[in-house]
Design a protein around this ligand. Structure first.
Ligand code: ZN
Length: 242
């Protein structure tokens, strides 16, 4: 079974469509949250994701802000105005859908969390130390997280060893080892200085993970961000990949 793993779409429909086209055929979709916030297409993105096959979907901190579960004061000025615009723009059906989601879940061999298994809404797993503490917080072989907008892999070989960051392979699928934390990166707002949309493909039959990137029409999204009256920085950062 092929699973499409996406995260941090942030209302960027162009990036989402490019990922769906690039992914080819897949049987299930795991979405790690932050469907909205920052970008100009919140309803279009939520509608598109809700239609994906065998969907398991988490809610993220920006989704929570857009449905009133987190005060805007917890965000910087740009994110606040984007959250307020998104709140006004979301349809009732999409708002109710986001309200129905949890920030983490566990299936057979995978734990899914927006930020981290021990603090699913807010914590960023960006270094081996934080990864180490989070290996204590899940029991499945693998944990998938988003939130940092950076593709990352951490492995901890045994309970008495330390976790090690892996270079994310760019040349196709690689075999998973038990006890890994994997981040597919962000579809709609990458922050690793590569503006292309990032996502992951998981093959549960061969037990492999493939980190992929795909370019899309950034200029079109930028124009629509400005036309919607969203903060200019949300447009400029898409080119920089930051
Ligand atoms: Zn995000």
């Amino acid at each position: 079974m092929r699973v499409l793993v996406i995260s941090d779409i942030h209302a960027n429909l162009n990036a989402l469509e490019a990922v769906l086209e690039n992914a080819g055929e897949f049987d299930a979709t795991w979405c790690l949250g932050d469907l909205v916030g920052y970008g100009p297409d919140p309803n279009e993105c939520v509608d598109r994701i809700r239609d994906l096959p065998q969907l398991e979907c988490l809610v993220g901190n920006h989704d929570h802000a857009a449905i009133g579960l987190i005060p805007f004061s917890r965000f910087n000025n740009d994110a606040q105005s984007a959250a307020s615009w998104t709140m006004k723009t979301l349809t009732k059906s999409n708002r109710d859908y986001l309200l129905s989601l949890q920030p983490s879940l566990v299936n057979d061999t995978f734990t899914l969390a927006h930020g981290s298994p021990r603090e699913p809404i807010w914590e960023y797993i960006l270094d081996a130390q934080i990864a180490d503490r989070n290996f204590e917080a899940f029991k499945t072989d693998y944990c998938l997280v988003g939130h940092s907008h950076i593709p990352l892999i951490f492995h901890r070989a045994s309970e008495i060893s330390y976790s090690v960051p892996w270079v994310v392979p760019e040349d196709g699928p690689f075999s998973l080892l038990p006890r890994m934390i994997l981040n597919p990166g962000s579809v709609g707002q990458p922050r690793d200085l590569d503006p292309r949309a990032a996502y992951g493909l998981l093959d549960l039959d061969t037990n492999t993970w493939e980190a992929r990137r795909v370019g899309y029409d950034v200029t079109d999204v930028q124009l629509r961000i400005l036309k919607a009256g969203l903060p200019e920085r949300q447009a400029t950062r898409l080119v920089a990949g930051w």
